[in-house]
Write a protein that binds this ligand. Structure first.
Ligand code: IPE
Ligand code: IPE
Ligand code: MG
Length: 252
C-alpha cells in the first residue's frame, strides 16, 4: 500500500522542539536541609545533567537554561564567587561527556563579565562541540533579556541599516538565540511566577509552565508532567480555535 493510501494515523502528541528553563530554587532546597546555599547549587548542576539526558531521550532538539542572570551579581560576594567556581568546574568536567553524547554546547550572555579562564573554557567547549546535532544546550550566563535586545540594536545600527529598514526579523536575527527556533515551552521551577529578565523577545508565544518543585528536585517525571501540560495546550498565535483545528499541521 502506498503511503498516500495508508489510513490516517493519530497525530502523535508533539514533543516541544525547544525548551527554556529558569532553574530556580537551589537556595531554598539547601536551606530546607540546613545546608549552605552552595550545596543547593551543586545539586542544581546534577539536576541539569539529568535534564540534558532526559531532553535528549525525548527528542527535544534545543534546551536553553538560565544559569546566572545579569542581576545575580547583586548576591553576596561569597555566593557569586562560589557560583563562578562551580561554573568553571562544570566547564572543566562536563564538556567531554556532553561531546560524547553529541551535544552542542554554547553560552549566551555578556561573557566579558567572566574571568579569562572561564571565557577560554567557554570558547574551547563551543568550538569542540559545534558540529554536534543531537541536542543544542544553550546556557544563559550573565544574560539578561534587556541586554540581549540592546546588543541586537547596537549590532543593527553598526551595520548601517536605515531606521525604515528595521523589521522584526532583522532585529530577531541579531539576538543571542537567532539561529534557534523560539522556545515552545518555558519552565520555571521554584514557585515564582515571573520571567526575571530571561528571554523577553523570544518568549512572545511560548507556552509558560510554572511549578513549585525546586530545581534540584526537578527530575524526568517532573519534565514529563511539564511536557504533558504543553501537549494539552492549543497554540493559536492570534487565530481562532476553529482556524487552528482546520489547519492543524499547516504553518501559514
Ligand atoms: C537559582 O537558584 C540559581 C541561581 C540563580 C544561580 P536560587 O539560588 O535563586 O535559589 P532560591 O531562589 O534562593 O531558592
Ligand atoms: C532567575 O532566578 C535567574 C536564574 C535562575 C539564573 P533568581 O532567583 O535570580 O530570580 P528572582 O531574583 O527571584 O527574580
Ligand atoms: Mg531564586
Amino acid at each position: 500500500m502506498s503511503a498516500r493510501h495508508k489510513p490516517a494515523a493519530p497525530v502523535p502528541a508533539e514533543v516541544p522542539r525547544h525548551i527554556a528553563i529558569i532553574m530556580d530554587g537551589n537556595g531554598r532546597w539547601a536551606k530546607r536541609r540546613l545546608m549552605p546555599r552552595v550545596a543547593g547549587h551543586r545539586k542544581g548542576v546534577e539536576a541539569l545533567r539529568g535534564m540534558i539526558r532526559a531532553c535528549a531521550e525525548r527528542g527535544v532538539a534545543h534546551l536553553t537554561v538560565f544559569a546566572f542572570s545579569s542581576e545575580n551579581w547583586r548576591r553576596p560576594p561569597e555566593e557569586v564567587t562560589l557560583l563562578m567556581d562551580l561554573f568553571m568546574r562544570a566547564l572543566e568536567n562536563e564538556v567531554a561527556r556532553l561531546h560524547q553524547n553529541h551535544i552542542r554546547f554554547r553560552v549566551v550572555g555578556d561573557l566579558s563579565g567572566f574571568s579569562e579562564r572561564i571565557q577560554t573554557l567557554i570558547r574551547d567547549a563551543e568550538a569542540r562541540t559545534r558540529d554536534n546535532t543531537r541536542l543544542t544546550l544553550t546556557v544563559a550566563a550573565n544574560y539578561g533579556g534587556r541586554w540581549d535586545v540592546v546588543q541586537a540594536v547596537k549590532k543593527l545600527m553598526r551595520s548601517g541599516v536605515s531606521p525604515d529598514a528595521v523589521t522584526e526579523a532583522s532585529l530577531a536575527g541579531q539576538l543571542s538565540l537567532a539561529d534557534l527556533p523560539e522556545p515552545d515551552l518555558f519552565i520555571r521551577t521554584g514557585g515564582e511566577q515571573r520571567i526575571s529578565n530571561f528571554l523577553l523577545w523570544q518568549l512572545a508565544y511560548t507556552e509558560l509552565y510554572f511549578t513549585d518543585t525546586l530545581w534540584p528536585d526537578f527530575d524526568s517525571d517532573a519534565l514529563d508532567a511539564a511536557i504533558a501540560s504543553y501537549q494539552r495546550r492549543e497554540r493559536r498565535f492570534g487565530r481562532t480555535s476553529e482556524q487552528v483545528q482546520n489547519t492543524s499541521g499547516v504553518d501559514e
